[in-house]
Ligand binder design. Sequence first.
Ligand code: HEM
Length: 494
Amino acid sequence: MAQAQASERGARRKGFRSARLDWPELHRIPHPPRRVPLLGDVIGSSVQSPVQDSMRIGRELGPIFRRKAFNREIVFVWGADLAAELADESRFAKHVGLGVANLRPLAGDGLFTAYNHEPNWQLAHDILAPGFSRAAMEGYHPLMLDVARQLTAHWDERSGAGDAVDVPGDMTKLTLETIARTGFGHDFGSFERSRPHPFVDAMVGALSYAQRRNAAPPLVGPLLQRGAAKRNVADREYLNSTVDQVVEARRGSDGSGARGDLLDRMLETAHPETGERLSPDNIRRQVITFLVAGHETTSGALSFALHYLSRNPDVLARAQAEVDEVWGGSEEPAYEQVARLRYLRRVLDESLRLWPTAPAFSREALQDTTLGGVHPLRQGAWALVLIMLLHRDPAAWGEHAEVFDPDRFEPKAVRARPAHVFKPFGTGARACIGRQFALHEATLVLGLLIRRYDFTSDPDYRLRVDERLTLMPRALRLHLTRRTPAQAPAAAPA
Ligand code: HEM
């Protein structure tokens, strides 16, 4: 309650709050050396890659630093000790700012973008959380397999024709179909299309716009971005109308099609204690939220994992041996056989360590407090946690923190590390509600793919990462060859 009230006071301050206003000893926090009058820390930074620029700057300036663009100043934190303090829910809570706040016109008080004090956050959280229980996940498993089958059919065809596969594009098709079918009983038909579904184009447009708005100068920005703003309105309208059709189709059905999925929960379930229901407007916000949050980050996670598997033949061979052993002769796993792929989960965790596909989250102070014993901040003041650098802090991960090594996630190694140093799914009450969904889906799909194929990447390929609030490897293509699983019955006659 105290958290909600304090956050309410923070949230009700309108618009962006520069760190200058709320960090009384801001001068103690370093900033890049060549600050340009009026413009701020613009030298060497690009609107296309704000996170990777911040990462480079953070490495030079240390575990807490600040950057200024025009009159907006932001404090960044990545040191393991300071990030652990920000994870303390008695002192800090989620801050809805920057890119997340820029998504409010689209997602409103949907789960991801809701302010902590908004009543619809708790209401929707309580109604939807059972949609991610073990029982619910078990129900999604066959649908996840259906979609994965479409992917392997497509990849068989491509590799049979001697073509490389478009990893980020196909992972996006897969994850969009998975959340749409499991959550909403909707089929976007992604695998029947050569181009991405227009929903994906509109979503990428909306996410990129939300990211770039932060870099625009405050007064002239809206003028400079007039064209982009117009496109953004069109993207939003398209996303809204798509979602309205999905909801209408379900409302129009006679009820015999009830599936107990997320959409049924949104439409039919009352809060277990108060009896309250989600309003039609809020349902629209939630459907958009889940369709976007439920696929974009998982497709990036799968793509980075496939990149690392293709570059580390020893790791791939070990993961393949595990799948062959755990799944045995069964081409498709039962629900409980997925979680038993422990090494493959470590591969996924290690990929999410190096490239957490939601690369930052913000935290705000619930009361006046001091960070790290030296940086006072007022109630409502906020900082951005750079997850990518937190995950590479040598103090927590050792001097070879940049090296891909899934063994870092062996249980003994995990126990030896401090808490709060691995945060790909955020932290506290506002951490990712879809974590188990994403992990089950990604492990299942990786298991199916590495059981079926060997991968090679173009030797000239250099990992470059696109940013659109989320991270995605740019233009990653892989060549596939079919393999025969070691213990499958098919292996015997040969
Ligand atoms: C690898 C995949 C994923 C990653 C890396 C990821 C990451 C995150 C992070 C970091 C947050 C917290 C953001 C903040 O503090 O501002 C978050 C929240 C959220 N995520 Fe995910 N996510 C993933 C998959 C999913 C999936 C599959 C779903 C839905 C099926 C989902 C739905 C949500 C929602 C609704 C929230 C807001 C929760 C709340 O505030 O109550 N995410 N996610």
